[in-house]
Design a protein around this ligand. Structure first.
Ligand code: UDX
Length: 450
């Protein structure tokens, strides 16, 4: 599916002057999308190098379609990059804050970037301007932003982002919903309208605190859901069931739905780990015990260890001195992001257990990374390997020629942590196969899982 279709973009009714502060994943995608919708966008970042790169159309992240849109919008003059937060704020009707909110001590979201920038731009805003928090922030941040701005003649709005890496443009231009929290519906509407006519049927207008909670609640719910699915996969293995059938059966229930039910090596990335921790801490601050989310965090960590343990189990109990090939290092396919990547956690665990890991990932150049030797091709990583672990769901892995693969490996063992390979095809090519929640034993002659 294409990431976005420019023919589907319906321009906003009124073109506005917009400042986007922060050119990270969210800020950059938002800036490109708003420019495409017909607004005049000035995107700022404190990094001189990043601004220079972007101003020349060099997009420093892997995100389908983004480079093309940035280049196109730079050429039209609708998109500009700079370093002057105050100047951009002075010129804009709408100012989006797209700043990092990293995990601070004890799991709290660190809001210092948001606060600093709000203090910096406050005195320069036009009367009646709207400041919009796009970063993922705990409930109550809207009030903090208002205080830091030191202005009561501007609007403070929450408009959380829901974009996922790999589909960021589509998620920004054609989102399932546009959530806007503001003091009045009229103000919330002005922000929803920035996204063009498409937004009308998709906007949820509410108060600031509810919008802030919607974002964390959505991410935490998805993380809990995946934790549940991974736990079902573990149960399936013990009970001799097939999690692929189980999730198909669950997903057919309209109340559950088929999306986000794919078991894997555990969830990671730049959002789920940070946002689940932050939600637990925020709730605790209000005296609310989110034991369910806390358990999901701990269960996910155990699941990652369980996957590493499966590699040892299929290799007769240990990996010491074994050469393990790993396909995929990013936290998921379609991105070059390795933050909180389960693949790296599994590689680390296997190394601690005495294995030597040789990896391949289409976004990682050959060399050494955290003690892992990274190869330039999937097959060279597998040369003489005792086992192959498939850790990230890059489509090219599903298309691998298993017979040719069997010929380069030392021992024919696959631990498919993404359930990408057809187990029957793997067994027929002579492999011992282990998936996630997939029956381990296969009757080769019948090609049937038992
Ligand atoms: C997530 C949210 O989806 C997005 O709305 C939010 O704005 C940012 O956080 P992202 O981190 O890009 O986006 O990744 P996502 O596609 O949600 O995947 C998160 C993790 O769950 C990954 O580790 C992924 O591999 C895993 N996952 C996802 C599964 O294991 N199975 C699935 O079915 C879906």
């Amino acid at each position: 599916m294409p990431n976005y279709d420019s023919n589907e973009v319906q321009p906003a009714i009124r073109s506005q002057q917009i400042a986007v502060i922060g050119s990270g994943y969210v800020g950059l995608t938002l800036s490109a999308s708003l420019a495409l919708l017909g607004h005049d966008v000035e995107c700022t970042d404190k990094s001189h190098e990043r601004v220079e790169q972007l101003a020349h159309g060099h997009v420093p992240i892997t995100e389908e379609g983004l480079t093309e849109v940035v280049e196109q919008m730079l050429a039209t003059g609708h998109l500009r990059f700079g370093r002057d937060n105050q100047g951009a704020a002075r010129r804009a009707e709408f100012v989006f804050l797209c700043l990092p909110t990293p995990m601070g001590g004890d799991g709290w979201a660190d809001l210092s970037f948001v606060k600093q920038v709000a203090e910096e731009i406050g005195p320069h805003l036009r009367p009646g301007a709207t400041v919009i928090t796009k970063s993922t922030v705990p409930v109550g941040t809207g009030q903090m932003v208002r205080q830091a701005l030191g202005r009561d003649d501007v609007h403070v709005v929450s408009n959380p982002e829901f974009l996922a890496e790999g589909t960021a443009l589509r998620d920004c231009l054609r989102p399932d919903r546009i959530v806007v929290g503001a003091a009045s519906e009229a103000v919330a509407r002005t922000v929803a309208d920035l996204y063009g006519p498409f937004a009308h049927s998709r906007s949820i207008l509410t108060d600031v605190a509810s919008a802030e909670i919607i974002k964390y609640a959505s991410n935490a719910y998805l993380a809990v859901r995946l934790t549940f699915v991974n736990s079902m996969a573990q149960l399936c293995e013990l009970a001799g069931a097939d999690v692929r059938a189980v999730t198909r059966g669950m997903g057919a229930d309209r109340r559950i739905g088929p999306g986000f039910l794919q078991p894997g090596p555990g969830w990671g990335g730049s959002c789920f780990p940070k946002d689940t921790e932050a939600l637990v801490q925020t709730a605790a601050g209000f005296g609310c015990d989110l034991a369910l989310v806390q358990t999901a965090i701990a269960t996910n960590a155990q699941h990652i260890d369980w996957v590493a343990g499966k590699v040892a189990a299929i290799l007769d109990g240990h990996v010491h001195g074994k050469r393990i090939a790993m396909w995929g290092l990013t936290f998921k396919a379609g991105t070059d992001d390795q933050r909180q990547s389960p693949a790296l956690a599994i590689a680390r665990r296997l190394t601690e257990m005495g294995a030597v890991v040789h990896a391949y990932d289409p976004t990682v150049p050959a060399g050494t990374l955290h003690g892992i030797e990274v190869h330039s091709s999937s097959f060279s990583a597998c040369k003489e390997a005792d086992a192959l672990v498939i850790a990230t769901e890059w489509p090219e892995f599903a298309a691998a020629d298993l017979t040719a693969l069997a010929a380069v490996m030392g021992d024919r063992v696959i631990m498919d942590a993404r359930n990408m390979i057809d187990p029957v095809a793997a067994v027929n090519a002579g492999f011992r196969y282990s998936g996630i929640g997939v029956p381990v034993q296969l009757r080769r002659e019948e090609g049937v899982a038992v």
